[in-house]
Write a protein that binds this ligand. Structure first.
Ligand SMILES: [Zn+2]
Length: 249
């Protein structure tokens, strides 16, 4: 059972402590406490408090940082996030591919949704920023690139002069990745799940001490894949900021 808990603005230590205290009043070994936090909590001055408040919880804590775009797109935030999820034994929750980063660095576990609404949450006052809200096609994770893109945008902006690559995942079976139409969101989700699962299985099959460097090299491969794709399609295509961050150190 997931306990209800509201969004907590950075620095609102009273509210955060009250949420954990209230959850501790509830007994049961099938209870987890999700914490929906502003990314502005990911600053050095908040780190010790967050570690301490998570440690106070008698239930497993699912930590999620909200953003209207990507919550963990800077090296500084990611470094604090890593220390937080590994130091507290928390579960990385709805924080996009950073969940795999957390898993590589020793998090208890991770849950990564397969569409934008599940991959991360948007703070209540913000609006989710879809780059092209008029494009109803599903978001698809481009294999080898760690890059989410709507298939409509793939067809119109990326794979214009060259065909989209095929995908060998269990859903696609060698078909092209830009084929998913508006009515095939479920199939696109299965593809996304298969790709994320491949990353997770690769990480989990390595020894824990080797996972951070393995994850870094997977992210570096994704950067190289962007360069290769840019050359093929004849236009620059940048890797997402978080992937550059994963590949960084
Ligand atoms: Zn696929």
């Amino acid at each position: 059972m997931l306990l209800p808990s509201g969004y907590v603005e950075a620095g609102d230590v009273e509210t955060l402590r009250a949420i954990v205290d209230a959850a501790n009043e509830i007994s049961g070994d099938d209870v987890a406490l999700p914490l929906y936090l502003s990314t502005s909590w990911l600053r050095p001055e908040h780190e010790q408090f967050l570690l301490a408040v998570i440690a106070l919880s008698s239930h497993p804590v699912l930590v999620s940082f909200g953003s209207s775009t990507n919550p963990l797109d800077s090296k500084r935030k990611l470094a604090i996030y890593r220390r937080l999820v590994t130091g507290s034994g928390a579960f990385s929750w709805r924080t996009d591919l950073a969940g795999l980063d957390a898993l590589a660095h020793g998090a208890l576990g991770t849950a990564i949704g397969t569409g934008p609404g599940l991959r991360r949450f948007t703070p209540p006052k913000d609006k989710g920023k879809a780059r092209r809200p008029d494009d109803p096609t599903p978001y698809v994770l481009n294999p080898g690139h760690m890059h989410w893109m709507k298939t409509g945008a793939m067809r119109e902006e990326l794979y214009v002069g060259a065909p989209a690559p095929t995908c060998g995942c269990r859903e696609c079976g060698g078909q092209r990745i830009d084929r998913f139409t508006e009515s095939q969101a479920a199939a696109a989700s299965r593809h996304n799940h298969a790709i994320i699962d491949e990353y997770a299985q690769s990480l989990l099959s390595a020894a824990p001490s080797e996972r951070p460097s393995l994850w870094r090299s997977m992210a570096q491969d994704a950067l190289v894949a962007h360069e290769a794709t840019s050359a093929v399609v004849g236009r620059p295509w940048n890797a997402p900021n978080d992937v550059s961050t994963f590949a960084g150190d």
